[in-house]
Write a protein that binds this ligand. Sequence first.
Ligand SMILES: Cc1cc2nc3c(=O)[nH]c(=O)nc-3n(C[C@H](O)[C@H](O)[C@H](O)COP(=O)(O)O)c2cc1C
Length: 200
Amino acid sequence: MPGDLSVLAARRTVRFYRPDPVPEDVVRALLEAARLAPSAHNAQAARFVIIQSPELRRRLTSRMSRRWRRDLERAGTSEAAIRVQLRFSERRFGQAPLLILVGYTLEDMDEYPDRARRTAEATMASQSAAAATQNLLLAAAAHGLGGCWACAPLFCPGIVRRALGLPASFVPQALLTIGYPAHTPPMPPRKPIDAIAVFR
Ligand SMILES: Cc1cc2nc3c(=O)[nH]c(=O)nc-3n(C[C@H](O)[C@H](O)[C@H](O)COP(=O)(O)O)c2cc1C
């Protein structure tokens, strides 16, 4: 791969980190990368919450965990399996050196009277947040950091907003854990180009 695209191959989902903190200037560099992403209408709908307060991190993690337990219980998951999953989740969100919540706002998106176009706008805002997230994770890889994109906030947006005191306009999309990798995971298998693309 040409030199400046090598970060695409270097980026990997990393779930375990060394305890070293991520310096503030690097955090800002990641946000700068996110800011450069394409966005629908150039409305820049993506929003980021850098969770610095240990108290807020604990509150967010424990409330999300409680909610997930309820969902797993309702699905009939065994108590032993629930404990394993929750322990892993609490550990990853509790111990990651850097935790960033990604969301979007519809504030600067177009408004429509009909549901179909409102849904399309929300999808565009979500896609814009995803594009910004990928930029951020690629920048993290370029800085020698690993990260993991966790979709948990999608399942409990109200809980996330209330735990962090965010306005109703903030639509949670992902919780990113970031830090210096404690290991180098192998590249998970990829489908071949022929399985994902057609030429017409
Ligand atoms: C939208 C999205 C949601 C994801 N949600 C989770 C998640 O909840 N937990 C997790 O451990 N990884 C999550 N991942 C990471 C994927 O599992 C990972 O990207 C995939 O296995 C490919 O591995 P790679 O990122 O190392 O290439 C998510 C990734 C994306 C793009």
